[in-house]
Unconditional design. Structure first.
Length: 444
C-alpha cells in the first residue's frame, strides 16, 4: 500500500508524491498569541504532530515550519487593553502555548517563525505584487485585487468572482463574501507604537501575507503540505494561495489538509462564542493531557469532534486501562509483523487514527500474539501517548484544597464533613487512604 491523503483542494484522496526526494515540506498555521489556545485549537496541533510522526514512521524526512502570529488586529487590541507592549504581551502567550504542546507530547516544529521578525520580507513580497499589477494602493492600505486571479476561491469552492473594487481591511470576514483584502495597513492612531516603514507607506502587514512569506522563506515557492483548521479555508488559506502564486508565478502547495471543528453542545468551540475550555481547565478537573489527546484520536481528523465531560471520562478510563494492561506485559524483544502491517495500512489510509487505535487494542487482547511491547513502542512513535512511560501524577489545585480542608476537619474530629470531602475528592479521580499518622492520596 502507499500513503493516500485527502486534499481539500481537489476534494478527494490522492496518492502522496513529495516534491523533493530528501524531505517533505510541511507548513502549519500557528497560533495568534493574544490568549490561551483552547482545546479546539489544540486538536489541530495534535493532528499536525500526528501527521509529522506518521510521515517519519513511514520513512520520510520532514521539514516542518510553523508561524507565530504576534502582530495583527487581535494582538494589538489585546495588548493595549492589558497596557502591555506588544512584544511582551505576545511572548507571554507564546510561552503558554508551547507549554501546552509540551504537555501534549507534541514535537516542536523544526522552524518557528514570528511575524514581527519577518516584516521586511513581507514588504518585499507586497512590493512585488504592486510591481506585477496584482496589488493597488488605497487610502488606508495596500490591497490585493482578487479579480486579477482567475482561480481565486478554488480551495473554498467559491462562485465566480465579479470584477469589483469592494475592499475589506479586517483580517477575517464572512464566508461567501470575497473582497479585495489588505496586504498592508497604513498606520492609524489606534495602532499606537506598532508600525514599520515601507516604500509604499508606514504601517503594518495584514494577516494573510504573513503566512505566505514565512512558509516560502523556509520551504521555497512550492512545497508539499499546508495544514490548518477548517475555518481557515476561507478567507485565510484562499488568500494565501492567491498572493503567493501571483508573487512567484508557481503552484504554492500540493496538498491542503484541514482538521474538523471541536463541538460543544451549543456548537463549535470558539473564543467569539465564549464556550471554551483550556487544557489547564481539564487538568484542574483531574484529567491529564494524554487523556484528552487519546479522546481526539478516536475521531478521524477531518470529522467534527463532539466534546463532553462524559466522552472525556470514557477516554480517560480507556487510556488508563490501556496503560495498566501494557504495564503488566512482559517484553519478549520481538516485533509482531502482522499487527504492525495492519497499523501501517491504517496510517497510510489518510491517517486513520481510530482504526489504528482499534488495531492496538486487538494486539493487546490477542492472547496468542507475541512481540507486544516492541510493537506498541513502534505504534506509539505515531500516537505519542506515552503508553510505556510511568505517569507523573499531578495533583490539581482543587484536589489539594479539598485534602487540606479534610485534614482540618479530621483534626477537629468533624467526621461527617471529612467523609463528605473524601467523596468529593473521589469524584475528581483520587482516593484518600488514612492511617494513624497521615493520609495518603492515590490516583484512581
Amino acid at each position: 500500500m502507499v500513503l493516500e491523503l485527502y486534499n481539500t483542494l481537489t476534494r478527494k484522496k490522492e496518492v502522496f508524491k513529495p516534491i523533493h526526494k530528501d524531505y517533505v515540506g510541511i507548513y502549519s498555521c500557528g497560533p495568534t498569541v493574544y490568549n490561551y489556545a483552547h482545546i479546539g485549537n489544540l486538536r489541530t496541533y495534535i493532528f499536525n504532530d500526528l501527521l509529522k510522526r506518521s510521515l517519519i514512521f513511514l520513512g520520510y524526512k520532514v521539514k516542518h515550519v510553523m508561524n507565530i502570529t504576534d502582530v495583527d488586529d487581535k494582538t494589538i487590541k489585546a495588548s493595549q487593553k492589558n497596557h502591555e507592549k506588544l512584544n511582551d504581551f505576545t511572548r507571554k502567550y507564546e510561552k503558554i502555548f508551547f507549554n501546552d504542546l509540551n504537555e501534549l507530547n507534541i514535537i516542536k516544529p523544526d522552524y518557528v517563525l514570528r511575524a514581527t521578525e519577518n516584516v521586511q520580507d513581507m514588504i518585499k513580497m507586497i512590493q512585488k505584487l504592486l510591481d506585477k499589477g496584482y496589488a493597488y494602493k488605497a487610502s488606508d492600505g495596500i490591497y490585493f485585487s482578487i479579480s486579477k486571479d482567475k482561480n481565486y476561491g478554488k480551495l473554498a469552492n467559491l462562485k465566480k468572482i465579479k470584477d469589483n473594487k469592494e475592499r475589506i481591511k479586517n483580517d477575517e470576514y464572512d464566508k461567501e463574501n470575497p473582497q479585495d483584502f489588505a496586504l498592508w495597513k497604513f498606520y492609524a492612531k489606534e495602532d499606537g507604537d506598532v508600525f514599520w516603514e515601507a516604500p509604499f507607506g508606514k504601517g503594518r502587514p495584514g494577516w494573510h501575507i504573513e503566512c505566505s512569506v514565512m512558509s516560502t522563506k523556509v520551504l521555497g515557492d512550492s512545497f508539499d503540505i499546508h495544514t490548518g483548521a477548517t475555518d481557515l479555508i476561507f478567507p485565510h488559506h484562499t488568500n494565501e494561495i492567491a498572493q503567493s502564486q501571483a508573487a512567484t508565478g508557481k503552484n504554492f502547495v500540493n496538498y491542503w489538509i484541514h482538521t474538523g471543528f471541536l463541538n460543544m453542545k451549543e456548537g463549535k468551540m470558539s473564543k467569539s462564542v465564549g464556550n471554551i475550555l483550556y487544557l489547564e481547565n481539564l487538568i484542574e478537573k483531574g484529567y491529564n493531557a494524554m487523556e484528552y489527546k487519546y479522546m481526539t484520536l478516536n475521531t478521524h481528523y477531518r470529522m467534527p469532534l463532539n466534546f463532553s465531560i462524559e466522552n472525556l471520562d470514557a477516554s480517560k478510563n480507556a487510556y488508563q486501562r490501556l496503560k495498566n494492561i501494557i504495564s503488566e506485559i512482559k517484553n519478549d524483544k520481538k516485533v509482531n509483523d502482522k499487527y504492525l502491517k495492519e497499523f501501517t495500512e491504517a496510517i497510510e489510509d489518510d491517517f486513520d487514527m481510530p482504526r489504528a487505535l482499534s488495531i492496538l487494542w486487538n494486539l493487546i487482547r490477542d492472547e496468542n500474539a507475541n512481540g507486544k511491547i516492541e510493537t506498541i513502542k513502534k505504534m506509539d512513535e505515531v500516537f505519542g501517548l506515552k503508553f510505556l512511560e510511568k505517569e507523573e501524577i499531578k495533583i490539581p489545585s482543587e484536589v489539594k484544597k479539598l485534602v487540606d480542608e479534610r485534614e482540618r476537619a479530621r483534626k477537629e474530629k468533624n467526621w461527617k464533613k471529612s467523609d463528605e470531602l473524601r467523596d468529593k475528592i473521589k469524584k475528581l479521580g483520587f482516593i484518600v487512604e488514612d492511617n494513624e499518622n497521615r493520609s495518603k492520596l492515590v490516583k484512581i
